[in-house]
Design a protein around this ligand. Structure first.
Ligand code: B1M
Length: 212
């Protein structure tokens, strides 16, 4: 890993927003690939933060300041992850499920989908099944994209799919799910149409869902 990526990685882990801001800018000016900066410098750093949390070397405040540093870097990268002049690929309704406030991965997926030409309606975090239902009625999206980062909130993906079924809306949308604890087999068990392990594959999946 180059020195600049190492510095970004350490600055995200320690929650040093100023350094993240300066170094992400510098990396872009040095023509580093925005996706490399994102994945090797920042996403990997959040993995390290999670490992430290598990080892009880980090606690919630440290996770929070690392998350803020990551978001600072993402704001700078966002325009570089987007392509201009692309036609709408479809409409996506996104949200992190009920009980869950993790939004960095979901925001990243939304940014990449937007960059690929999808129209994004982001319901934010802690989104109840009935809120998804109401938004599907109002916005008529092609895809509902749900994120969950906690094993305890994964069942709310199933609850949301069941709520869409009860409202008679299931057949009119494709449903994709993701988030660190989510797996392909879980996606199948709950009746989702697809699972993606990361944001790049989420774009591929979304395209195949609208095409299929
Ligand atoms: Co939390 N947290 N957290 N946390 N947190 C995890 C998830 C945890 C794994 C840490 C750990 O123990 N190692 C653990 C969950 C354990 C479990 O359930 N298995 C955990 C815990 C326990 C908690 C609390 C319960 C802690 C507490 O209060 N005691 C609490 C819960 C709050 C709640 O939601 N109700 C909590 C709180 C928080 C903060 C608020 C402090 C903060 C979130 C800030 C924010 O999001 N704005 C936070 C953070 C930062 C993390 C870690 C460190 C990092 C998450 C992250 O942003 N990763 C996380 C550890 C880890 O993940 N290793 C952890 C970077 C992000 C780019 O990756 O979100 O995985 P990710 O997204 C990826 C893919 O998963 C995928 O694409 C993304 C890009 O590649 N993806 C999708 C995501 N959504 C997708 C949707 C798709 C497709 C792909 O289609 C729709």
């Amino acid at each position: 890993m180059s020195d600049i990526l190492k510095t970004i990685y350490s600055a995200v882990v320690s929650g040093d927003r100023d350094t993240v801001q300066a170094k992400v800018q510098e990396a872009l000016e040095a023509n580093l690939d925005p996706l490399t900066i994102l994945n090797e410098g920042m996403v990997a750093a959040m993995g390290e933060v999670g490992d430290r949390f598990e080892r009880q070397e980090f606690f919630v405040p440290e996770m929070l300041i690392a998350a803020r540093a990551m978001q600072t870097g993402m704001a700078i990268l966002k325009p570089h992850l987007m392509q201009s002049d692309i036609q709408s690929s479809g409409r996506v309704l996104a949200g992190t499920v009920l009980g869950d406030v993790h939004d960095i991965g979901k925001n990243l997926v939304c940014t990449m989908l937007e960059g690929a030409g999808f129209e994004i309606h982001d319901l934010g975090v802690n989104v109840a099944p009935e809120t998804f239902v109401k938004a599907v009625q109002e916005l008529e999206p092609d895809i509902v994209a749900m994120s969950a980062l906690l094993t305890t909130t994964m069942p709310n993906m199933r609850a949301t799919i069941e709520a869409l079924e009860s409202a008679g809306l299931r057949a009119q949308v494709r449903i994709m799910v993701g988030g660190a604890p989510v797996t392909e087999s879980f996606a199948q068990q709950i009746g989702a149409d697809g699972y993606a392990p990361d944001a790049s594959q989420a774009v591929r999946l979304a395209k195949s869902l609208v095409e299929g």
